[in-house]
Design a protein around this ligand. Structure first.
Ligand SMILES: [Zn+2]
Length: 146
């Protein structure tokens, strides 16, 4: 009867949006927190391998890079400002190597967690196909349980 009881507890989107976003930022399925959201670096899996939640409904598009640019520009910009005001003796050649490396490294490090959080936010808000899939999935769960 209760076929899904052995699997992970699935979080319905409107139940706890901050938890879903935290799970997404950690690269985990926003619904169950156990399955992985990414198959590769930035490729979102079609379906969670732990709970079966459809993840292909996301439309993250360019929003994660916009967020990453916003964060990295502020961090690097402030770093350059601090370097120029407090460590004025730092050689320009060192800065010419340091800041591009910091910029690229920080961008690559932030892209996946930010994209995971954006996908999880869309899940939590029931955006795109997530709301419909959730209603269908909840109905299917009730039918299989009852
Ligand atoms: Zn899952």
């Amino acid at each position: 009867m209760m076929q899904r009881s052995a699997g992970p507890a699935v979080l319905l989107p409107s139940e706890n949006a901050p938890l879903a976003i935290r799970r997404g930022a950690l690269g985990r399925c926003p619904a169950c927190g156990e399955g992985r959201i990414f198959g590769r670096y930035l490729k979102v899996r079609d379906v969670c391998d732990a709970c079966g939640t459809e993840l292909h409904h996301h439309r993250a598009d360019d929003f994660p890079p916009y967020i990453v640019i916003f964060i990295v520009a502020h961090v690097v910009g402030y770093g350059i400002y601090l370097t120029e005001t407090r460590f004025a003796g730092l050689p320009l050649a060192l800065q010419a190597v340091l800041w591009p490396v910091v910029t690229v490294g920080l961008s690559l490090a932030l892209l996946q967690p930010v994209k995971g959080a954006v996908v999880a936010l869309q899940y939590a808000l029931g955006m795109h196909g997530f709301g419909r899939a959730r209603a269908v999935g909840a109905g299917a769960n009730r039918e299989s349980a009852g």
